[in-house]
Design a protein around this ligand. Structure first.
Ligand code: FCB
Length: 452
């Protein structure tokens, strides 16, 4: 799909003055220094040390060395004219055992990061949980143990008291569907547990934690903006046969409705996915009410679309995702289809939830195999991806839909979870041997686009 408008006609002003432009990262993917300054072990430290869990045996110990190079990288954010920086707090740097003893060095570190952002005119946006649960809590059952609501609330309180005087934007969680689905159903992410009886309690407790975390923040910091983020994919049936349409609706419920609807006070979407009736086992009186929290904003994170057909053999969901590789469409290094209208469709879908106050795209971006030539990285496909997805965001905005911001995933190439270092999502190229950074052409494009 080629851009019809000239670059000059498509500009930042069309999105309005209040639109938030940003870039997002996550602690475990960039920091490295996994056992420095009193940090405790997280489930990702343990999982990634196991044989065969991470592609090519890649190790997270160094990642982009952001723990030590945060100033250099924040300088680059400034150089790219990006006013908002979303990053996450590693729970085990703050509370090495998950609860109890606080590690002051961890708090000092994030204070330095926050202060440096502010000194450079960059607004820090904190994600409290981006998947790195303390291992000490995992051995007690992790997300499947209802106690996690208390553990998590404690972590939120410590962060609110430590950083709340300067941080105005908070996101309680990153994509509960991915850490529960990949981590507790398929076992392909940390902690590597599988099956419905791990998945369902993990989902229930994650949703309870989101609301509990929101309430803790509001109590301690009544004036900040509190949000949370959801992974979304636009889902379409492979054909208009009723059973493909029904299968697509079940997948849509699982990917796009399961986590937001209880948060909005609508309860679990059992109508769209009958297996959710089994959740009753974990629901105690008062839970449905306590899963609700009136977030100031919701973040949607979207990369692709999924095509779905009926499958008799897939347990629980009886649906099959037809991989983009088999569909003769343009794909990224992750095997995800490049389909810009997906972002418009998801914004439209989330706009139907009238109680959402503000809606931001808190992640969007693409991995392509970049090459360094003469010290430069020319990445026209990433630039086109960002441009085309942004045009769809603008389309939503111009139709009067709510959309208040856009954050690119991600600043620097980094540790892409079980995929290791191969998928490069950054606006900035990283040589993982030397830690040398090179701003890619797409990064330069984004910088020019959002320049004041
Ligand atoms: C999202 C995650 C983020 C990154 C991107 C590619 O699901 O939130 O950490 O892995 O995908």
């Amino acid at each position: 799909m080629e851009l019809k408008q000239q670059d000059g006609d498509f500009n930042k002003r069309l999105f309005g003055d209040d639109f938030k432009w940003g870039v997002a990262t996550a602690a475990f993917q960039v920091e490295g220094s996994c056992d420095c300054d009193g940090k405790g072990e997280s489930i990702w430290d343990v999982f990634s040390a196991k044989r065969g869990k991470i592609k090519n045996g890649d190790k997270p110990h160094m990642a982009c060395d952001f723990y030590k190079r945060y100033k250099e990288d924040i300088d680059l954010i400034k150089q790219l004219n990006i006013p908002n920086f979303r990053f996450s707090i590693s729970w085990t740097r703050i509370l090495p055992q998950g609860t109890g003893e606080i590690n002051q060095l961890g708090i000092d570190h994030y204070n330095q990061v926050i202060d440096y952002c502010i000194s450079q005119g960059i607004e820090p946006w904190i994600t409290l949980y981006h998947w790195d649960l303390p291992q000490a809590l995992e051995v007690k059952g992790g997300w499947t143990n209802r106690e996690v609501v208390n553990w998590f609330s404690e972590f939120v309180r410590v962060c609110a008291h430590s950083f709340g005087d300067r941080v105005k934007y908070w996101m309680v969680m990153n994509e509960p569907s991915v850490f529960t689905g990949a981590g507790y159903f398929f076992g392909i992410h940390a902690p590597g547990r599988a099956g419905l009886w791990n998945f369902l309690p993990a989902v229930h407790h994650a949703i309870m934690c989101m609301a509990a975390g929101g309430r803790e923040l509001r109590k301690i910091l009544p004036d900040v903006e509190i949000g949370t983020t959801f992974s979304c994919s636009y889902v379409e049936p492979k054909s208009d046969k009723p059973r493909d349409v029904a299968a697509a609706s079940r997948v849509d419920t699982l990917l796009n409705r399961l986590y937001i609807e209880p948060t909005l006070g609508m309860g679990y979407p059992v109508d769209g996915l009958p297996v959710l009736k089994k959740m009753d086992k974990y629901i105690q009186p008062g839970d449905i009410e306590s899963m609700e929290f009136d977030f100031d904003f919701i973040g949607v994170q979207l990369y692709t679309r999924e095509i779905v057909d009926h499958s008799f053999f897939t347990p629980y969901i009886h649906a099959n995702i037809v991989g983009a590789k088999h569909r003769n469409v343009q794909i990224t290094e992750m095997g995800w289809e490049v389909y810009p209208p997906a972002i418009y469709e998801i914004l439209k879908k989330f706009n139907q939830y009238k109680s959402i106050k503000k809606l931001l795209v808190t992640e969007n971006g693409a991995a392509f195999p970049d090459v360094v030539t003469d010290g430069k990285v020319d990445d026209p496909r990433r630039k086109a991806y960002l441009q085309q997805y942004l045009q769809q965001v603008l389309k939503a905005k111009q139709e009067g839909l709510k959309v208040d911001g856009y954050f690119v995933w991600t600043l620097t190439d980094n540790f892409e979870w079980a995929e290791g270092y191969n998928p490069r999502f950054g606006l900035i190229h990283v040589d993982f041997e030397t830690q040398k950074r090179i701003v890619k052409a797409s990064g330069q494009w984004y910088a020019n686009f959002i320049k004041d």
